[in-house]
Design a protein around this ligand. Structure first.
Ligand code: DX5
Ligand code: ZN
Length: 220
């Protein structure tokens, strides 16, 4: 059954600390933090100082999803701020191997993210250098978008390549995740569901998280 990573992008920014505490108590497995620079994506969100202040509101591992150009210039700041997993994009301007190594060198887990139009094969050369593969199911920049079903086969393709080369990297899927789309993603093999709207805008966060974790339950 998949783990659940609520994305605080959909939380109330005027009381983020409280929201992080609430979602942690509601049974989340990770806190997913969407970092946007207004350049790699059209939106601007959170920086390392915010991660540092939020850190004390939860014991859960923090995933910093960096949707920024030149992530290598900022990974140290996000590591120091208390991120446990730092994800960078395969499409961002950087030396990917070097950035992933840098993240691991800081004692953190390194993730690599792939946008919907990007072929999954672009991530394959780095499978041994990452601790998490993030498959985007919306074009990054905004929460509340519609899940792009076309990305689903990427999960199986990535898992097949992992088997072929003898590695096992958990796959996170991010964007437009509801119990319906989460079901599809979990059945396709996703290990972690990142979900903003369907958790934070739910009438009952605890139920919403439990429902997501039950996705793909019949896959055995
Ligand atoms: C998209 C972000 C996602 C997104 C998830 O740019 O990376 O994490 O906010 O939010 P929902 O679940 O609302 O699509
Ligand atoms: Zn994200």
């Amino acid at each position: 059954m998949p783990l659940v990573a609520p994305s605080i992008l959909a939380a109330d920014f005027s009381k983020l600390g409280e929201e992080v505490r609430m979602v942690s108590e509601a049974g989340a497995d990770y806190i997913h933090v969407d970092v946007m620079d207004g350049f790699f994506v059209p939106n601007i969100t959170i920086g390392p100082s915010m991660v540092k202040s939020l850190r004390k509101h939860s014991k859960l591992p923090f995933i910093s999803h960096l949707m920024i150009t030149h992530p290598e210039r900022h990974v140290e700041a996000f590591a120091d701020a208390g991120s446990d997993i730092i994800e960078v994009h395969v499409e961002a301007e950087q030396n990917i191997s070097e950035t992933l190594r840098m993240i691991r060198g800081l004692g953190k887990k390194a993730g690599l993210a792939v946008n919907p139009p990007t072929p999954i094969e672009k991530a394959f050369p780095f499978l041994r250098e990452m601790d998490l593969l993030l498959i985007m199911s919306v074009n990054p920049g905004f929460g509340g978008q519609k899940f792009i079903e076309d990305v689903l086969p990427k999960i199986g393709q990535a898992k097949e390549e992992m088997r072929r080369i003898g590695v096992s990297v958990p796959v996170e899927i991010d964007g437009g995740i509801t119990t319906e789309t989460g079901e599809l993603a979990a059945r396709a093999g996703a290990d972690i569901l990142a979900a903003g709207t369907s958790v934070f805008k739910a009438p009952d966060m605890k139920k919403a998280i439990a429902a997501l974790r039950a996705c793909g339950g019949s896959k055995g």
